[in-house]
Design a protein around this ligand. Structure first.
Ligand code: BT5
Length: 327
């Protein structure tokens, strides 16, 4: 079976936008026989593509399967770097683990790992990440930016702005960011971001940005312990979301915003982040490893550090914490 031809064929059918393509025309284009075209069409049907074949006219694509298999995603992808290489696995322990391995093996900047479900999806501090099969976007993006390691933590904030933009664009919903890595809708978490680093004496070798986005879950798709605090785009909008479209929008905005950050610095991103933030100006409780502070979140610095003013008037820089809103 020739995967490359099958991918090209799928791409061609998608681009035809519902127009019929004759078997002969496709055979000529790909330099194969009409029987070979027909076999590839059967393979696509086995994958869930719905293709009508009309005598004397040819093949018409009726629908694409609702999976994150890259063929359909890449066909309409508008990025230059991110997602040009994609690795898709139907089920895996964690896309972060696969991404780390690929990064060590030297995979290209912008490589994306996608899966339908994770058996050991993880959050910060080895917390569990709930990854219901076929319902969300569980992906890791490998970046190799030429920046000093001190500039790495801001990538979580850059990614958060990109996620908000993508959700707004595809669904019309208005998500908010809770520092540093939660995207909330109506106060409930719909996306978490986990940025991990591979670095050595020469600097950053790879940044692995993990994004877990709840797209089409119903409340019972979440494990009982998070049903009160989690939400999905479908629960918030009442509409099924096209996950392929969402992945394309995510990758596009992540490319745009990481470019802005790398080329122009953090100032523009900071303004956007603050405008989307549910944390800024609010009374919060910041739980850190060694202490808990209560105060008003005043903003973030150019390094992405949260500024918290306590009742005694002191301003504290918060580098890593869990935040609870106080009202
Ligand atoms: C995060 O951690 O929010 C980062 C989550 C990153 C997940 C992605 S999925 C693709 C990639 N592969 C991975 O293995 N991970 C990344 P943190 O801030 O520590 O939040 C974790 C907490 O969020 C948990 O302790 C739960 O309370 C809650 N939680 C778990 N699963 C959730 C879900 N699906 N939706 C909303 N909240 C969830």
């Amino acid at each position: 079976m020739n995967i490359t031809v099958r991918h090209k064929l799928a791409k061609r059918l998608i681009e035809a936008g519902g127009e019929a393509l004759s078997g002969q025309q496709l055979a000529d284009e790909f330099g194969i026989s009409r029987t070979a075209v027909w076999k590839h069409i059967k393979d696509l049907e086995d994958q869930g593509y719905e293709i009508e074949s009309i005598k004397k006219r040819g093949y018409i694509l009726k629908s694409i399967p609702d999976t994150l298999e890259p063929t359909a995603i890449q066909t309409l992808l508008k990025t230059k770097r991110i997602g040009q290489v994609m690795k898709y696995i139907e089920s895996c322990p964690s896309t972060q683990i696969i991404a780390h391995k690929l990064a060590q093996e030297g995979t290209a900047d912008g490589t994306v790992v996608l899966t339908e479900t994770q058996t050991a999806g993880r959050g910060r501090l080895a917390r569990k990440w709930d990854s219901a099969p076929q319902k969300g976007i569980w992906m890791s993006i490998i970046l190799r930016p030429d920046v000093v390691p001190q500039k790495a933590p801001q990538f979580t904030l850059v990614a958060a702005v990109a996620v908000v933009r993508a959700i707004e664009e595809v669904t019309g919903l208005k998500p908010e960011i809770k520092w540093p890595n939660d995207i909330l809708i109506n106060g409930k978490k719909c996306t978490g971001i986990l940025t991990e680093l591979q670095s050595d004496a020469d600097g950053i070798q790879a940044l692995i940005i993990g994004i877990g986005l709840n797209a089409n879950q119903e409340v019972e798709d979440f494990s009982p312990e998070i049903q009160e605090i989690a939400s999905s785009l479908k629960m918030a909008s009442g509409k099924e979301v096209n996950r392929q479209e969402l992945v394309r929008a995510l990758l596009f905005h992540i490319e745009q915003f990481t470019n802005i950050y790398i080329e122009q610095g953090f100032a523009i991103i900071k303004l956007m982040w603050e405008s989307y933030s549910s944390t800024i100006g609010q009374p919060i409780r910041a739980r850190m490893a060694k202490e808990t502070l209560v105060g008003i979140a005043e903003g973030i610095t150019d390094d992405g550090v949260l500024q918290l003013r306590t009742a005694d008037g002191k301003l504290h820089g918060i580098y890593s914490a869990d935040i609870e809103m106080q009202n």
